[in-house]
Write a protein that binds this ligand. Structure first.
Ligand SMILES: [Mg+2]
Length: 290
């Protein structure tokens, strides 16, 4: 996995769970700031940090407000968050994660959607055949994007494929997904439209009438979120509670030493066996349109 590794702390599916990242030399790093956006800039191949493996339900995400930005499970009203199985889907239907060194600036109104960013790195849905593991860093080819409006915030979803997928060579744009994985794009829109309905939320909306934009459009969206991240890490934009501690970003006022990074990890509780997933997660949610 490109020389990166992960170190677990506390028990998966607990409030204390954290997954920290290390580089090839074993030094602690931030997956948000220290993993480069590009795996191969010339070929538009990007790095992706897998937060949620396909078919799983726990809403694991890069903790943008914690030092070193480990992966942790999202918490709402004191409870661990799981996405429901919205019929006919099971958990997340792709390997889901983020492109490092990107940021959807909540102070910037997107020219396409008219809504501000969601304050997170840009999200990726990886459509290859392998079920990835949590914390894996993979190289992906970008194929297109969907402009989700989630509770009034712009939340781009990048569609991509692992370059190591045996079929990756056949996928070069969004039209290839439509042709070779029939129904997958429609399922993706359906999933994002309805995934919060079981939690009592309204259906999500989309810009462009829920139509996917192509690869070139998607690459431009990623590049613009990379510019917003650059301003954040250089302290040219006020990131509020975002934690920008990093080990490797040159000219960043947030750059710190490996000793301070190690102290952060050492302060976290030791690794423990995973807690069971609560039984209410393993149910289908049958959805009826009014
Ligand atoms: Mg997002």
């Amino acid at each position: 996995m490109a020389g990166y590794s992960v170190e677990e702390r506390a028990a998966p599916h607990s409030l204390e769970y954290r997954l920290f990242f290390k580089d090839a030399a074993g030094c602690y790093i931030s997956p948000f700031h220290d993993i480069p956006i590009y795996a191969d800039a010339g070929k538009n191949v990007f790095n992706m940090v897998v937060e949620v493996p396909r078919w799983t339900n726990a809403k694991m995400e890069i903790a943008t407000k914690d030092p070193l930005n480990p992966i942790k499970q999202d918490v709402k009203k004191g409870k661990l968050r799981y996405v429901a199985n919205v019929f006919p889907h099971k958990g997340y239907i792709w390997n889901y994660g983020a492109i490092p060194q990107t940021w959807e600036d909540p102070g910037h109104k997107d020219e396409n959607t008219g809504c501000c960013g969601d304050n997170d790195p840009i999200d990726v849905c990886e459509i290859g055949s392998k079920v990835c593991s949590r914390g894996e860093v993979i190289k992906v080819k970008v194929l297109g994007t969907l402009a989700l409006i989630d509770e009034g915030e712009t939340d781009w979803k990048i569609i991509a494929i692992n370059v190591e997928d045996p079929e990756a060579g056949s996928y070069n744009d969004i039209s290839d997904v439509r042709r070779m994985k029939p129904g997958y794009l429609e399922a993706t829109v359906d999933w994002f439209r309805r995934y919060k309905v079981p939690d009592g939320k309204p259906e999500n909306q989309f810009a462009f009438n829920g139509e996917f934009k192509d690869k070139d459009f998607a690459v431009n969206v990623i590049k613009s979120t990379h510019e917003h991240w650059k301003a954040l890490i250089a302290k040219k934009t006020d990131g509020g509670e975002i934690n920008c501690t990093n080990l490797t970003v040159s000219n960043s006022p947030f750059c710190c030493s490996q000793e301070c990074a190690k102290a952060t990890v050492d302060a976290a509780p030791p690794c423990k066996a995973a807690n069971p997933i609560p039984p209410e997660v393993d149910k289908w949610f049958y959805y009826q349109k009014n």
